[in-house]
Design a protein around this ligand. Structure first.
Ligand SMILES: N[C@@H](CCC(=O)N[C@@H](CS)C(=O)NCC(=O)O)C(=O)O
Length: 198
């Protein structure tokens, strides 16, 4: 019997796009339940059973719940894509994989998502400081089409979402290599199905 998976989201382009894209990459069937931010549904007791912090996304799998988009993606990749979308524990790429996954879901997320929120007008000094982070990504992309080199992994998904948010605020202007990277990712059928590009 296949696993029963429900993804909780507000809209396509919130942080739920990370596990949604990954589930499509994994070919794993799932249902999606939209949560209404206008009514504060995500802060209610019912949704806190899914994600105790009251944040989107949330995931329920065979009755077990979890939150945190980075943790959800690492869990799903290990469970359904171990050795393909997640390098195995004894693979020399495993350490880099975890490093980039955390860099995307924690460091890049924290650096960019708050400053690109509608209505924010961050100081140029802050933007200049944050875009320095792109240098590490550019250096890595010299080795291959994906962040780990030749193979796509769940780490690409976790890096891509904050980069897409940065790009939509023109913060990737002049970073052609990273824009091309996002262009390659956008061509993936699973990314199209997840509806986060464009
Ligand atoms: N670190 C968390 C952040 C979750 C988060 O802030 N989600 C936003 C939607 S993208 C949210 O729930 N916002 C509603 C709120 O802050 O009350 C994760 O990656 O899952």
């Amino acid at each position: 019997m296949s696993d029963s998976i429900t993804l909780y989201s507000f809209v396509n382009r919130d942080r739920s796009c990370r596990p949604r894209w990954l589930l499509h990459e994994l070919g794993q069937p799932f249902t999606e339940q939209r949560i209404n931010p206008e009514t504060g549904e995500h802060k209610g007791d019912a949704y806190r059973q899914i994600n105790p912090y009251g944040f989107i996304p949330g995931l329920q799998i065979n009755g077990q719940s979890m939150g945190e988009s980075g943790a959800i993606c690492l869990y799903l990749a290990d469970r359904y894509g171990y050795g393909s979308l997640a390098p195995k524990a004894d693979d020399p790429l495993r350490a880099q994989y975890l490093q980039w996954a955390m860099f995307g879901s924690c460091t890049l997320d924290e650096a960019f998502l708050p400053i690109v929120q509608p209505g924010r007008s961050p100081q140029q000094e802050l933007i200049d400081d944050r875009v320095k982070m792109f240098t590490t990504i550019s250096t890595c992309l010299e080795q291959g089409p994906y962040i780990l080199g030749s193979e796509f992994s769940a780490a690409d998904i976790l890096i891509a979402h904050p980069l897409i948010c940065a790009a939509s605020n023109n913060l990737l202007d002049g970073h052609d290599d990273i824009q091309q990277y996002l262009g390659r990712l956008a061509e993936r059928p699973a990314a199209k199905e997840a509806g986060l590009f464009g």
